[in-house]
Design a binder for this molecule. Structure first.
Ligand code: URP
Ligand code: ZN
Ligand code: ZN
Ligand code: ZN
Length: 464
């Protein structure tokens, strides 16, 4: 028995096209697009999308559900976090499994599989954080790629936690040049930052805003430059995560002008928030502590420009929520103890639609940076990231005229504040299909824990 769903009358937007079309879905997949009203497909379910956008479900390639970090755990589980993602029009997340020092990649990956399995509302995949590069780890990278975990994050920041030195980074990059893996880099000079942290605290500079001051843009740019050169030496592609500094964008742009396979991701918080938020009175600034840090407002224009010119390819959230009460609190009196990370998995598609309304990007670029490019970058395309025959029916019916006010009162993320509290945006998710099944139906949650499945990935499909 085949279940047929037809979506009629909407404007179908993909990274390449905007067409008025009806969409036919059989079971979990898209099977056809046709001129509006031209086909009298009989259907078990018909969705009227007149006046709405029909877009691919979002692909959020950077989340940290339940991440143990900063002496606590990110407050969204895979269950609550993927449900919130669905509310926000995201139908795939790529989360970071963690290898802790002294353990194997396998142990880390198994742990993350156990956390996610049977709990997710939408499909999920994993990157692997490599914190301990050694001969065993390097061999394990090959095995993980065969299992569909094809990208590996390394840290130039967080000495003593996730940090890798340049030699370890070079070895992992050399391996990825051979096995097709993609190294994702947290590019900040953590050794230098730790010196500045110590000096700031010694001067009595303990407030959240100092987090932004010690994690200097120059040290993001320096690390970005160094990562690019190491990747060039290794002959490997490189993806730099959560780019926030204009000087780092300049490094990526220069490398790309030289023809290198170097890619960059930024996040909504760097596009919409700034050091003004970190400087909010009292301890409020702790809500905005993440790394790389928020930057002064003037950096935003360079990020938007990079997103338009393809010097930045992807917008992911780096969703890593910690409650203001009980978690961010750990850093009262010492900004370096504030758990690093912001909530956002539910907000990304809407904020980027607002960027369309504001004229920063086009509608197709919205879909490119939020759906298609992350899917291609991480080997999920065209199963995810587009609407085309054969693709998974991960589809959002989006109302481009609805008005909403973002707030912790109404969001679905398991965190007690919104980084965008009170922000008015135009546009809202109405209905979300995940592999053909309604997860959100006219703004009611109809999904279930365990519908989402682990989705193995091929290697990067974005290489020049
Ligand atoms: O502050 C952040 N970004 N927390 C999550 C961990 C990371 O570095 O991505
Ligand atoms: Zn990370
Ligand atoms: Zn990071
Ligand atoms: Zn992250």
């Amino acid at each position: 028995m085949t279940t047929r769903t037809v979506i009629r009358g909407g404007l179908v937007i993909t990274a390449s096209d905007e067409i008025h079309a009806d969409v036919l879905i059989e079971d979990s997949r898209v099977v056809a697009l046709a001129a509006p009203g031209s086909q009298d497909w009989n259907a078990d379910r018909t969705i009227d999308a007149t006046g709405k956008y029909v877009i691919p479900g979002g692909v959020d390639a950077h989340t940290h559900m339940e991440l143990p970090f900063g002496g606590t755990f990110a407050s969204d589980t895979f269950e609550t976090g993927t449900r919130a993602a669905a509310w926000g029009g995201t139908t795939t997340i790529v989360d970071f499994a963690v290898q802790s020092v002294g353990h194997t990649l396998r142990e880390g990956l198994d742990t993350w599989h156990a956390k996610a399995e049977g709990t997710c509302a939408i499909d999920y995949a994993f990157h692997m954080i490599v914190s301990d590069v050694n001969q065993e780890t390097l061999k394990e990278m090959d095995l993980l790629i065969e299992e569909g975990v094809t990208s590996f994050k390394q840290f130039m920041a967080y000495p003593g936690v996730f940090y890798s030195d340049d030699g370890q980074i070079l070895r992992a990059m050399q391996r990825s040049a051979e096995n097709g893996g993609l190294i994702m880099m947290h590019a900040e000079n953590g050794i230098a930052i730790d010196v500045l942290v110590e000096q700031a605290l010694a001067r009595g500079e303990t407030d959240p805003r100092h987090h932004g001051e010690v994690r200097k843009a120059l040290l993001e740019a320096e690390a970005t430059h160094r990562a690019i050169k190491l990747a060039q030496v290794a002959g490997a592609p490189l993806y730099v995560v959560h780019v926030s500094a204009m000087e780092a964008v300049a490094e990526l742009a220069r490398a790309r002008d030289e023809g290198l396979n170097v890619f960059g991701e930024t996040c909504p918080q760097y596009l919409f928030l700034s050091t003004d938020n970190l400087a909010e009175p009292g301890f409020e600034g702790a809500k905005y502590v993440c790394s790389t840090p928020l930057r002064p407002k003037e950096h935003q224009a360079r990020l938007w420009q990079g997103l338009r010119t393809n010097d930045l390819q992807v917008v992911s959230t780096d969703h890593c929520p910690f409650c203001f009460t009980g978690q961010k609190d750990l850093g009262r009196g010492d900004f370096s103890k504030i758990p690093n990370g912001l909530p956002g998995v539910e907000n990304r598609m809407d904020l980027l639609h607002q960027a369309v309304v504001d004229g920063h990007i086009s509608r197709r670029r919205w879909i490119e940076i939020a759906c298609a490019a992350p899917a291609r970058m991480f080997g999920l395309y065209p199963k995810k990231g587009t609407i085309a025959p054969g693709a998974d029916a991960d589809i959002v019916i989006y109302d481009p005229h609805a008005q909403q006010v973002m707030s912790a009162e109404t969001h679905h993320m398991n965190v007690d504040y919104s980084a965008y509290e009170g922000k008015r945006v135009t546009g809202r998710v109405e209905t979300v299909l995940s592999r053909g099944e309604p997860v959100i139906d006219q703004r009611e949650y109809t999904g279930r824990a365990g519908h989402g499945v682990f989705t193995p990935r091929s290697t990067c499909q974005y290489l020049a």
